[in-house]
Design a protein around this ligand. Structure first.
Ligand code: AMP
Length: 451
């Protein structure tokens, strides 16, 4: 749904009045994307420059969450690189929070800390600070951090350039682990990426200038597919089209990558024009496979999500997400690999019932519905093996629990017994269910979970 008006967000009247008085008529693109995600409690990674309205994009949800003055100690910490930016953010809180009694305070260097310490002692809800001054006052024992439940880093790239990483790490060590985080940065260099891994948990990534209007260049398609075996059948069918001449198939696990590779190499892709890439393959094998694919000698490259991160191949004709990516931003990056240089590309995604949840999240990020396609009649639909079905149901239960912690779970091992079937055409070979596998604890690649 396209959000055209601030009224469409579930903001309270105090905030809506302040927005109106500030003269904001319509939410900017970053606000359209960030506000609903932040209000839903997600961690947010926003790539946006000054002037895009990014400040209000994070301030409005956190003013909404903070509601009113409460207790003595801060609940929100906003870190920014410079005194100027800290003051500017603080001013924006004054403006947007004018009809609330939320107390906020700017902490920055260049002047003695005495007045700022006294102000902290008066009681505060939101702190806006440079990392240096925050640490200084904290180490004097003047800031109680145990009530912090929301943290924002603004202009993270500048903070990294200014060498604040060690101080930020120390701050992250002392503040409560259970909190909502938002990180905004104008650019996304490796240092900020590293920070985002340490700071954010399963973030929703939003960018105000999405990569070269992906939607225009790339035809996206989505197939609802009942199980692994049918995914294989559909993949084989799609490969019968000669136009699919340079394809990357992304999978969630090494086992899936290997199984798909073996099947296609034996039955579908002629002349050995297929390779598989994953972390268990030696460095040389990986380099050779990449080179061959780049040179155009290979028709199909099967790879896991993780290995795929380093791939830079232009002019891929097709991308197939055999499994829906769990790091949602990967979807955007992936479809960005096709359709380059004015060639039209296609990005095709296979989705089981257990993956529908992730597709909904992705569609929120790309702000469009991926067009649904019907599986062509020629593709054999396999029955879902019992274990695989159980895996899907368990996964769906976990998703519902994540959305609603009070949900007790509808899944019981003995219930919901679907037809026991062979695993379909070519079946008999045991095929481990993708869903069963992915019900293992998921921590994304590189994501360090706070414990
Ligand atoms: P920022 O990118 O957050 O620094 O904001 C840039 C400028 O845009 C600030 O002066 C804001 O007051 C203003 N601004 C933010 N959101 C809106 C909006 N929805 N409509 C008009 N102006 C806005």
């Amino acid at each position: 749904m396209e959000i055209k008006s601030f009224e469409d967000f579930k903001l309270n009247r105090q905030l809506l009045n302040a927005i109106e008085e500030a003269g904001y008529e319509q939410p900017t693109p970053i606000q359209q994307q960030a506000i609903p995600l932040a209000m839903a409690g997600h961690d947010v990674l926003g790539i946006a420059q000054t002037g895009t309205g990014k400040t209000a994009a994070y301030l409005l949800p956190l003013l909404m969450k903070t509601k009113y003055a409460q207790g003595q100690h801060p609940r929100v910490l906003i870190l920014a690189p410079t005194r100027e930016l800290v003051m500017q953010i603080d001013k924006a809180i004054t403006e947007l929070g004018k009809y609330t009694d939320i107390r906020h305070l700017a902490l920055y260097g260049g002047i003695g800390p005495k007045a700022q310490i006294e102000a902290v002692q008066q009681g505060v809800d939101i702190l806006v600070a440079t990392p240096g001054r925050f640490s200084d006052i904290y180490h004097r024992g003047e800031i109680v951090v145990k009530h912090l439940n929301t943290m924002v880093m603004d202009e993270a790239d500048k903070m990294m350039d200014m060498g604040f990483m060690p101080q930020i790490r120390k701050i992250l060590e002392v503040i409560p682990v259970k909190r909502q985080n938002m990180l905004f940065s104008a650019t996304f260099p490796p240092k900020v990426e590293e920070l985002s891994y340490e700071f954010l948990e399963f973030p929703m990534r939003i960018e105000v200038t999405p990569q070269a209007s992906t939607a225009d260049m790339v035809a996206q398609k989505l197939y609802a597919v009942p199980n692994f075996r049918t995914k294989i059948n559909l993949l084989a069918h799609l490969l019968s089209d000669e136009a699919v001449n340079r394809l990357i198939v992304f999978t969630r696990s090494k086992e899936n990558a290997d199984n798909i590779y073996k099947f296609l190499a034996r039955k579908v892709v002629a002349d050995n024009r297929i390779r598989v890439l994953h972390a268990n393959k030696g460095q040389n094998t990986r380099i050779n496979a990449m080179e061959a694919f780049k040179e155009g000698n290979i028709r199909v490259l099967v790879t896991t999500d993780v290995t795929a991160r380093g791939i830079d191949v232009n002019e891929v004709s097709h991308v197939i997400n055999f499994d829906v990516p769990l790091i949602y931003e990967d979807y955007v990056h992936r479809i960005g690999r096709t359709g380059r240089a004015n060639r039209s590309g296609e990005a095709i995604t296979f989705m089981t019932i257990a993956e529908e949840y992730h597709i909904q999240k992705i569609e929120k990020i790309i702000r469009m519905e991926i067009p649904r396609e019907t599986i062509p009649a020629e593709v054999p639909i396999a029955e879902t093996p019992f274990d695989e079905q159980q895996g899907y149901l368990r996964e769906i239960d976990n998703q519902r629990k994540k959305e609603d912690p009070t949900f007790k779970g509808a899944f019981h091992e003995k219930k919901n017994i679907p037809t026991r079937g062979r695993s379909g055409p070519g079946g008999g070979r045991p095929t481990k269910s993708p869903a069963a596998r992915s019900s293992k604890p998921k921590s994304g690649p590189g994501r360090r979970r706070r414990t």
